[in-house]
Write a protein that binds this ligand. Structure first.
Ligand code: DC
Length: 228
């Protein structure tokens, strides 16, 4: 049998990466956080002082030479940009916005989608993102669309940032998330949509533990049917 592809799409802050990572560990599959790749491109554009909303041509050219590696070790997924570990650096609010901006550039999407498809060919994967089930791997074995209300997602992200000691206001987190939702859903190539055949899971009001259980039970049930 070919490698198994489990894909989890959804808007920012729905808990995709936290939950996908845990489910991948439970199954012994490779976890691939495609948002981290867009964040690495966003970080590179910012480090060159590019305007991430308007310098599309310059940012597209970056894709010819950029080196993005996701390495998996004891400390979880580590993200390397041009051989430098940027795992922490890509998680700032500025990089979130830059990632959303650069993700609207077709050359960036095409280049990252190629890397993602290669990874999926070589491993059993749990891959999360915005367009994995609709564009990158439309024939994936299991497709999930994980979502929650904007307010709930912003609250979760706000609490995460506070825990990391960041000085942020809830209003800013909410407005950044709203900006990203609009951006991610309205770009021309591969916007955020519910993929055909996806199971929609809404985690509004759930605790993280409840969401993890819901997702992991759903995936295991589907996987059992698939492997029968
Ligand atoms: O999942 P995340 O918040 O780390 O993603 C950062 C940005 O990257 C997000 O706003 C949109 C973009 N993205 C994308 O366009 N396609 C993906 N498959 C993953 C992320």
């Amino acid at each position: 049998m070919d490698n198994i592809q489990i894909v989890i799409d959804g808007p920012a802050g729905a808990g995709k990466s936290t939950i996908s990572k845990i489910v991948a560990e439970q199954l012994g599959f490779l976890y691939i956080d495609t948002g981290a790749m867009y964040r690495a491109v966003g970080l590179k554009a910012l480090s060159l002082n590019y305007d991430t909303k308007n310098d599309s041509n310059l940012i597209a050219q970056l894709m010819d030479n950029i080196k993005i590696d996701l390495k998996h070790g004891d400390n979880g997924q580590q993200v390397f940009l041009d051989d430098k570990n940027v795992t922490a650096e890509i998680r700032t609010p500025e990089v979130s916005i830059a990632a959303s901006d650069v993700s609207a550039i077709p050359a960036v999407r095409i280049s990252l989608a190629n890397i993602q498809r290669k990874l999926a060919k070589q491993n059993n994967i749990v891959m999360d993102g915005r367009d994995i089930g609709s564009y990158v791997l439309p024939n994936a074995d299991i497709k999930i669309f994980l979502t929650a209300s904007l307010e709930d997602r912003a609250k979760r992200r706000y609490n995460e940032l506070l825990k990391k000691g960041k000085d942020v206001s809830f209003e800013n987190v909410l407005s950044d998330m709203n900006y990203r939702d609009t951006n991610d859903s309205n770009r021309e190539l591969a916007p955020l949509v519910v993929p055909d055949g996806a199971i929609v899971i809404d985690t509004t009001g759930n605790t993280l533990e409840q969401s993890i259980k819901l997702l992991s039970d759903t995936i295991k049930e589907r996987l059992n049917c698939l492997l029968k």
